[in-house]
Design a protein. Structure first.
Length: 124
């Protein structure tokens, strides 16, 4: 799944002219989708200036146009305890995985890179 950034905004959804995370006109691969009650849907992407998948961040869907709606074969839907819907690779929905990933756990990093690599290959 791929999207193209069409505008920049701050956390209050006020349009801004510069972002360290996104570039207007640039295409981004989507690595996850989150939809929570009373919140705009969000896309998880690898942000500008970040290496590999270590710059994964969440951005509201209204900042993007959909370029390729294809969903990778390893994605699945999960519902959190709060009722939020998360659509992403099944293996990456394991509780505690992202905490271990950002804490530098090598096993978690390998799993994330493998799963997101598959999604990346399918989106090309």
């Amino acid at each position: 799944m791929r999207v193209q950034c069409i505008r920049l905004a701050d956390v209050q959804d006020t349009t801004v002219t510069h972002s360290a995370w996104l570039t207007v006109g640039k295409e981004y691969e989507v690595f996850g989708i989150s939809v929570a009650t009373a919140h705009s849907p969000k896309f998880q992407i690898a942000s500008d200036g970040r290496d590999n998948f270590h710059g994964l961040s969440w951005h509201t869907a209204n900042l993007f146009d959909l370029v390729d709606p294809s969903i990778p074969s390893n994605w699945s839907l999960a519902v959190s305890d709060s009722g939020a819907l998360h659509f992403a690779p099944v293996a990456l929905q394991e509780p505690g995985l992202w905490e271990r990933f950002f804490d530098g756990d090598q096993g978690a990093r390998t799993l994330v890179e493998t799963e997101l690599g598959l999604a990346h290959l399918e989106s090309r």
